[in-house]
Design a protein around this ligand. Structure first.
Ligand code: MG
Length: 161
């Protein structure tokens, strides 16, 4: 097995009324929230897919099918904790994570540090190994019209022992 492995992940969810907005495991005050079978946390879903991708262990939908009632309204941090266990069983640990969130609204900047800290706790790495960047789509397309939020993630894993 190689010493280092990279992974990338992407996810997007629609914004809808009557839902809580949770990004990176942090609840953000807003009048809309992300739709989804779980809590719709597209940031954590992208991180999970990047981690699984790095060890070629499939994707989030394969591990936690949306057809399974156990995951209805589930906190996605539970998915990430299981993904960390999958990566550990494969003999790897996270070196660093870089996330880009694409959201026209709400303004994400005030929430970046709490999200970094939540990811640091869930992933068991120092906060300086976690980068979260927030962008807008500059008004382009559905994300730019504020109809949803998207996230991309890149990880580097290092073989342990
Ligand atoms: Mg998702």
């Amino acid at each position: 097995m190689t010493e280092l492995r990279v992974g990338s992940g992407f996810d997007a969810h629609k914004l809808a009324p009557g839902r809580r907005l949770v990004l990176g495991g942090v609840e953000i005050p807003f009048d809309l929230g992300l739709e989804g079978h779980s809590d719709g946390d597209c940031l954590l879903h992208a991180v999970c897919d990047a981690m699984l991708g790095a060890v070629a262990a499939g994707d989030l939908g394969g591990h936690f099918p949306s057809s399974d009632p156990r995951w209805k309204n589930a906190a996605s941090i539970v998915f990430l904790e299981e993904v960390v266990r999958v990566v550990r069983r494969k003999g790897y640990a996270l070196e660093n994570l870089d996330v880009t969130l694409i959201a026209e609204r709400p303004v994400i900047a005030p929430h970046v540090q709490p999200i970094r800290e939540a990811l640091s706790r869930a992933l068991g790495v120092p906060v300086d190994c976690i980068s979260v960047k927030a962008k807008t789509a500059d008004g382009l397309g559905a994300i730019g019209a504020g109809q949803g939020i998207a996230a991309q993630a890149a990880v580097l894993l290092r073989r342990k022992g």
